[in-house]
Design a protein around this ligand. Structure first.
Ligand SMILES: [Cu+2]
Length: 177
């Protein structure tokens, strides 16, 4: 009897320890999942979340340039230029200030338009345009505009210089409810 009871006690301790460890593992796993509900599936659709989803005002810094002789684009920084450019999204009635800089090797401009076609001049909102195809921003030039995104829709920002849309100088600009 005196020999048996410590053995039973040891077995009981092992079982108890195993149950405790299992509970800790399950609880910590659940805590991790609830603490990070979106972590396993959030692929970045945009290089940056420049556009705040709240009405009010936002400042967008956008850089134009060329990635190769046949690939041009826009970016949130001079080192993050992509073709097409990043996707922006703002809430309707947001006041948007665009600070544009041409870091390319040729003149470019910026215009928020309703169709993604070469040289399109259907400006989406009053003043949603910086320079123009015929009078574009020179190399290393900076320019700015401020407009109100006052209608919900899917728009495009483009460089209006002839042929530059086809080379990738465009991006989506969403105005949401
Ligand atoms: Cu251009």
């Amino acid at each position: 009897m005196t020999n048996q009871s410590p053995k039973i006690s040891n077995v009981a301790w092992y079982i108890a320890a195993a149950i405790i460890i299992a509970v800790i593992v399950i609880v910590s796993d659940l805590t991790y999942q609830y603490a990070l509900p979106n972590s396993p599936s959030s692929p970045a659709t945009s290089p940056s979340s420049s556009g705040s989803p709240s009405a009010g005002s936002v400042i967008i810094a956008i850089y134009a340039g060329e990635l190769s002789p046949s690939v041009y684009g826009f970016g949130n920084s001079t080192n993050s230029i992509t073709s097409p450019g990043p996707i922006y999204s703002v809430k309707v009635r947001t006041t948007v200030k665009v600070d544009f800089e041409n870091d390319g090797t040729m003149p470019h401009n910026w215009a928020l338009v309703t169709q993604k076609t070469s040289g399109n001049t259907n400006i989406a909102f009053s003043k949603s345009q910086i320079a123009s195809a015929g009078n574009a921003v020179p190399v290393y030039g900076k320019a700015t505009t401020t407009f109100v995104a006052n209608k919900v829709g899917t728009y495009y920002y483009i460089c209006q210089v002839d042929g530059h849309v086809a080379l990738g100088m465009w991006g989506y600009f969403n105005v949401t409810t």
